[in-house]
Write a protein that binds this ligand. Structure first.
Ligand code: URA
Length: 239
């Protein structure tokens, strides 16, 4: 791999800012193959050099994968003149890495959103060809029934002509307001809301709780993120 500046490599982990890397380097706390770096601008091959920061060997990854517990009020976009985007929830160093959301959640939808700069795998996860499951927790106005579940399972055609593949609707609670787990294998615009509205049960709250074989990490508070582990990224490749 091409050599890169140490401050860029180290800041890409999201744990230290470039300014912090500069200070740590001055203090002799950044080593490249055991030798203290002279400056944060020094270059190294992040795939072959052993870089140590504060005595800790850096685990470099070519691509970044992040799980965000998206709060309501943020757009799933990389830039927007009008409002806050999910990238605003990340520290500045991570905002410079060309990350983008893997698919979209509506502004008012919460829960699991992946962000990455690995275009190929992101594209596969979203491609209708691969039918990656997306699971949502939904609260709706009105009483959900077994008939609604059968309509989901049969594949619905919405009033505007949108043809939906067979999908899962599991009722968790039924009453004046009902709760359900919805499983889709595609991702059309506002799909969960449109399918449930078509049954006369408009969504009042929506949260994504799983994508492929990756559940939302419930230890993350709304607005918090963490890096995926190597095993999780590998599991995504084998969705
Ligand atoms: N379906 C919706 O209607 N909204 C989302 O945010 C995701 C799926």
């Amino acid at each position: 791999m091409e050599k890169q500046r140490l401050d860029k490599i180290i800041a890409s982990t999201g744990r230290w800012s470039r300014r912090e890397v500069k200070n740590l380097t001055r203090q002799g706390r950044v080593l490249v193959d055991g030798i203290p770096a002279r400056s944060a601008e020094e270059k190294a091959d992040p795939e072959t050099a052993e870089i140590t920061v504060n005595g800790e060997v850096l685990a470099y990854r070519r691509f970044t994968w992040i799980m965000l517990n998206k709060p309501a009020g943020y757009l799933s976009a990389t830039e927007d003149g009008k409002g806050a985007t999910v990238l605003d929830l990340l520290p500045p160093e991570l905002q410079k890495q060309g990350l983008f959301p893997v698919g979209r959640l509506d502004k008012d939808t919460e829960g699991l959103l992946l962000l990455t700069n690995e275009g190929g795998l992101a594209h596969e996860l979203l491609s209708p060809k691969y039918h990656v499951e997306k699971v949502y927790y939904a609260r709706v106005a009105g009483r959900l029934t077994e008939e609604d579940c059968r309509a989901f399972a049969a594949g619905m055609t919405l009033g505007d002509g949108l043809v939906c593949r067979p999908a899962g609707l599991e009722i968790l609670a039924a009453g004046e307001e009902s709760e359900a787990r919805v499983t889709l294998r595609e991702g059309k615009f506002h799909q969960v809301k449109r399918m449930l509205a078509c049954l006369g049960k408009p969504v009042v709250y929506l949260e994504r709780v799983r994508m492929g074989n990756l559940p939302l990490d419930t230890s993350l508070s709304r607005g918090e993120f963490r890096f995926l582990t190597d095993a999780e990224v590998e599991a995504l490749r084998n969705f």
